[in-house]
Every structure is written in structure tokens, then in C-alpha cells.
Design a binder for this molecule. Structure first.
Ligand SMILES: Cc1cc2nc3c(=O)[nH]c(=O)nc-3n(C[C@H](O)[C@H](O)[C@H](O)COP(=O)(O)OP(=O)(O)OC[C@H]3O[C@@H](n4cnc5c(N)ncnc54)[C@H](O)[C@@H]3O)c2cc1C
Length: 334
């Protein structure tokens, strides 16, 4: 079959686990689509008080909106649709372009309820409750556990089916959730991050990297940290050569040189100067503020501080143009 869109990675679910996995994968340049609809554990939380960074806690709706926006800003396509099945892409001996023929090409066909199927090289399941859409990718006995409850038979996706990094016996299939880590939102997010990193490393390995070189960190660093020695690209090249001299790839090979070039590019791209740091800080505050209730912002900062921060012309225009204190024809105000 031919599918409309092909992605490097499809993530099923944009809760804490799926958002983290998708953001890590997309930040390394992978083309990621995230499907999100259906039963959500996060949506059932009355108020999260144990998620770091929110001193008075955060309501599940706002956290969900923030996570979805972060996923989109990282470059993912977020699709509001329920995934109904993930199947292996079928190879076709008569058609070398058919999905499934190329080991580095699409391995899965992801079929949602409403939209068109999508093919992907990798799939990350990140759904706390539902693993049914994965049925058929491996033996049921391996993927599902059966429990008897009061004489009734219940089947659940096996939380230990995937390893600690989410990798499974099915090449290209990863499970961020359900897992034993997803009983709190922050541990689910941590698990998702580990899985995202594993997917990045595996994609690099497909591209000729070796495991020790492929496993990096996703950091943004201050350029001011770079002293004269490390501001010089050749110093990083020297460091890479020393680090991987005894690795699995010959240091004088074309492959080693290609990976070294890409790895050093990545390392240097992590540094930002002071202006860029300020720009990103301001963008971060703005993106957060967009999700805050204006009344809460006024209460937190006080009206004077907000008026001070506003442009005088905007205040004058608001007052003269229908603001609450704008003078009325009868001499009163609204
Ligand atoms: C009543 C209750 C209260 C809780 N309180 C807290 C708390 O105070 N603090 C805390 O840390 N944790 C709390 N938790 C736990 C927390 O909600 C979970 O640990 C966390 O949300 C798990 O994240 P997840 O990403 O694995 O799954 P989810 O949060 O369930 O996210 C999965 C996402 O996938 C989507 N989805 C599902 N199926 C499909 C499909 N087939 N196709 C496409 N999308 C799909 C869903 O819509 C959802 O957005 C609570 C849970 C419950 C039930």
C-alpha cells in the first residue's frame, strides 16, 4: 500500500511521556508526527503538585497545552487523531519503492481513525492505557499480560515489554508508556526523554555512527564557557579522535571522518551567545505568559507593574478607544 506521508518517527500520545520523547527526537532533526486523542491519565489529575517548576502546582489542562505547544515548537506535526493500528509495512518484491523493502526506510504503517495512514521508520507508543493498536506486531503472549479478576479475564499491555530505554524486540518499535515509570507525570516524562534519546542514537547508528559516538546530550550552553582552547574547532576534532581512537570504526576511514564532522558540528551548535540567550529567555517568558489567565497575571504583578511594562501609546489608545475608563459622551466613564 502507499501512504500519504512518511515520517522518521511517529509518536502515539502527547502526554508527559510522548511530549518528552517527541521533543528529544525532533530537536535532533528527526521528522516527527505526534498523534494525540483518546483516554488520558493526565486529564484526570485534579492538580499536579509534584511536577518540578510549578511552585503552586499546575492544572492538568494548562500543563497539557504547554506540552503540546512545546512539541509543535520543537518542529513536530501534532495531529488530533486516534491511532487505531500500527502494522508492519509490507515489502513488495515487484515494487522496490514499496514500504518495508528498504531496511532504512518505512517499517510501519500507522492508521488513525479519521485521517490518512502515515508510514514511519520508527514508532514510539506513549499511551498510558491503550496498547491495543500495537497488537499483531509481536506475539500476544510477549506483549500482553492476562489477569483473572473475580473470575473475569483481563488483558493488559505488559509494562515490562520494552527495556529501560523503551526498545522492544520489534525493530523500530519503542514503548515510552505504559511502563513502570509512568505512575507520576514527571517519571513518565523522564521515561519519554530516555526513549527519545534512544531513538536519536538508533537513527544515528542507521546513518553510520557507532553507539558510543551516537549517545550525546541535549544541552544548550553558554558561548562564554568556551575558552580560547575550546573555541577552536580543531581542539574538538582532537578530542573526538582521542575519545574514539579505540572504538569500532577505523580512525582513518571515511566513515570516521564523516561522523566526526557531524558530531563536532552538533557539539559547537549547542553554544549560544549572550544576545541569543536573552532572546530565548524572552521568548520562553512570552510563550508561558500566553497560557496564563490575565487576571492571575495582574494579581501576581500588580496593575502598576503591568502598566509600567506597557507602551504609553497603547495605554492612551486603549483609554481613548473604548477602555473601561474611557470618557463617555455624558461625561461619565464606563
Ligand atoms: C486520578 C489521577 C490523578 C493523578 N494525579 C497525579 C498527580 O497529582 N501527580 C502526578 O505526577 N501524577 C498523577 N497521576 C498520574 C499521571 O496522570 C500519569 O503518570 C501520567 O499522565 C502518565 O503520562 P503518559 O504520557 O504515560 O500518559 P497520559 O497522560 O495518559 O498521556 C497519553 C496521551 O495519549 C493519548 N492517546 C491515548 N490513546 C491514543 C491513541 N490510540 N492514539 C492517539 N493518542 C492516544 C491520550 O489522549 C493522552 O493525551 C494521576 C493519575 C490519575 C488517573
Amino acid at each position: 500500500m502507499s501512504a500519504a506521508v512518511d515520517r522518521d518517527v511517529v509518536v502515539v500520545g502527547c502526554g508527559p511521556a510522548g511530549c518528552a520523547a517527541a521533543v528529544f527526537a525532533a530537536r535532533d532533526g528527526l521528522d516527527v508526527a505526534v498523534f494525540d486523542r483518546g483516554r488520558s491519565s493526565l486529564a484526570q489529575c485534579a492538580h499536579l503538585e509534584n511536577y518540578p517548576g510549578f511552585p503552586a502546582g499546575i492544572d492538568a489542562g494548562t500543563l497539557s497545552e504547554l506540552m503540546r505547544e512545546q512539541t509543535e515548537r520543537a518542529g513536530c506535526a501534532v495531529v488530533e487523531d486516534l491511532v487505531e493500528s500500527v502494522e508492519r509495512a509490507a515489502g513488495d518484491a515487484d515494487d522496490s519503492d514499496s514500504p518495508g523493502d528498504d531496511p532504512d526506510g518505512p517499517q510501519f504503517v500507522v492508521t488513525p481513525q479519521a485521517g490518512e495512514p502515515v508510514t514511519a521508520r520508527r514508532v514510539i507508543a506513549a499511551t498510558r492505557y491503550d496498547g491495543e493498536y500495537l497488537r499483531g506486531l509481536d506475539d500476544d503472549d510477549a506483549m500482553f499480560e492476562v489477569h483473572d479478576h473475580g473470575g473475569e479475564r483481563h488483558e493488559h499491555f505488559d509494562r515490562e515489554y520494552a527495556d529501560r530505554d523503551g526498545a522492544t524486540p520489534v525493530d523500530g518499535l519503542y514503548v515510552a508508556s505504559p511502563s513502570d515509570a509512568d505512575r507520576q507525570a514527571i517519571t513518565a516524562a523522564g521515561r519519554g526523554a530516555r526513549v527519545g534519546k534512544r531513538v536519536v542514537a538508533d537513527a544515528r547508528i542507521d546513518d553510520g555512527w557507532w553507539r558510543e559516538a551516537a549517545e550525546g546530550v541535549d544541552w544548550v550552553r553558554r558561548e562564554a564557557e568556551l575558552d580560547d582552547e575550546w573555541a577552536d574547532r580543531d581542539r574538538w576534532v582532537e578530542w573526538f579522535d582521542a575519545e574514539h581512537a579505540d572504538g569500532p570504526v577505523a580512525p582513518d576511514s571515511e566513515r570516521f571522518a564523516r561522523v566526526r564532522e557531524a558530531a563536532v558540528d552538533d557539539l559547537l551548535a549547542a553554544y549560544v551567545d549572550a544576545d541569543e540567550e536573552r532572546t530565548r529567555a524572552a521568548a520562553g517568558h512570552r510563550a508561558l505568559a500566553e497560557h496564563l489567565d490575565p487576571d492571575a497575571v495582574v494579581e501576581a504583578h500588580g496593575a502598576d507593574a503591568l502598566l509600567d511594562a506597557m507602551d504609553d501609546e497603547a495605554i492612551a489608545a486603549y483609554a481613548g478607544d473604548g477602555g473601561p475608563d474611557a470618557p463617555q459622551a455624558d461625561g461619565g466613564s464606563r
